[in-house]
Design a protein around this ligand. Structure first.
Ligand code: TXA
Ligand code: MG
Length: 341
């Protein structure tokens, strides 16, 4: 068993964390999306520890985080890229990196199979958070990091979420406060004939299409062969069952005891403030996204029987919020039959 140590974002502490990654240990660190659970992407032993700490199935590959474009050629088999993929990579890396976009590309043989779950492709992201940037640069230049939560549960947007959920399964946690975006990166597969979004996230479909033209949306998981293994039906789940409601519908439903509520925007009248959260009073999408996991963590900490949640508008970051709500609610299908997104 490890003993977890909490670190600050001082240079000395980031250096300590970088040394730990070089030594094959695990460091949870802030990114602009959510906290990641990082380890050396080229160390199979460190990768195995990540899967163990998260209790993550080995068929679900990790994202490798880089800080500089030079690192790309160590990881991606650039020679095997199609002309279209090469062009799209150049545009997206130039315009949306560093940032909340993960690109799926053909991998080099040197990338351990454990990182990619044996796939021929690798997921790559260059985060913009200065602490993540510095940690990657000072360590091995390539840090594998899934979201720092047990598999299937709510993603962490604060160091406390990591401590509460993973505790001593991680060697160090760098406390960088609350993450700015609050939702994971968008996963975009560039390796196919036409680019496809495998996970909606911090970079909106609209922003991507403005740069490279139409992209497919492939976020459902076909039971036989999921395109993005992590896109399981049930994910991002709070402990309490979650029931979805259309926008505006929730306020008129009588409130039961032991029931929590997650409104997208102000419902006007809040019945039980302690058990109610509003993602954004004014209905601002970035504000709502930043509050999303944090407020679900808060509600879930109250030991409720049920959480009723209102959907966000179905565009931009709202589509990414709705995707997570749908997966969070998928264990409670019986409640949700009439509420499908
Ligand atoms: O914002 C984020 O992306 C955060 C921070 C820490 O960077 N990371 C994160 O990682 O959300 P994780 O492991 O929770 O989600 C990674 C997703 C999974 O759905 C996984 O299946 C998908 O990326 N993925 C990874 N490699 C893939 C590949 N080669 N092909 C398709 N999907 C892949
Ligand atoms: Mg995750």
């Amino acid at each position: 068993m490890f003993t977890m140590q909490l670190l600050s974002t001082s240079s000395a502490d980031i250096e300590k964390a970088a040394a730990a990654i070089k030594a094959g240990l695990l460091v949870a660190f802030p990114t602009e999306t959510v906290y990641g659970l990082g380890g050396d992407a080229f160390s199979p032993a460190a990768l195995a520890k990540i899967f163990e700490a998260k209790e993550r199935p080995r068929f679900d590959p990790l994202i490798i985080h880089i800080a500089e474009m030079d690192a790309l050629s160590r990881i991606v088999d650039i020679a095997s890229l199609s002309a279209l993929a090469e062009k799209n990579l150049a545009i997206l890396a130039e315009r949306l990196w560093p940032g909340p976009l993960t690109l799926v590309l053909p991998k080099r043989a040197e990338v351990p199979d454990l990182a990619t779950a044996g796939l021929a492709t690798v997921a790559l992201r260059c985060p913009s958070h200065p602490v993540a940037q510095k940690l990657i640069r000072l360590s091995t230049g390539a840090v594998a990091a899934p979201s720092a939560n047990p598999f299937g549960f709510l993603s962490p947007t604060r160091a406390e979420h990591v401590r509460n959920q993973l505790g001593d399964r991680v060697d160090y946690i760098i406390n960088g406060g609350r993450t700015e975006l609050g939702l994971e990166s968008t996963v975009l597969d560039l390796g196919r004939n036409s680019p496809a979004i495998l996970r909606l996230g911090g970079a909106s479909r609209e922003a991507i299409e403005e740069l490279i033209g139409p992209v497919e949306l492939s976020v459902g998981s076909a039971p036989d062969k999921p395109l993005s293994p992590g896109q399981l039906e049930s994910h991002y789940a709070p402990r309490a069952p979650l029931v979805l409601h259309r926008q505006g519908e929730l306020a008129s439903i009588p409130e039961a005891a032991d029931e929590g509520r997650l409104y997208f925007s102000s419902p006007g009248n809040i019945v039980v403030p302690e058990r109610t959260r509003v993602l954004s009073q004014s209905g601002d999408l970035p504000e709502a996204a930043a509050n999303f996991f944090d407020m679900l963590h808060q509600l879930d900490g109250l030991g409720l029987e049920l959480i009723r949640a209102e959907q966000a508008p179905a565009y931009g970051l709202g589509a990414a919020i709705n995707d997570r709500l749908r997966r969070a609610a998928s264990n409670t299908k019986e409640y949700n039959e009439s509420q499908l997104l």
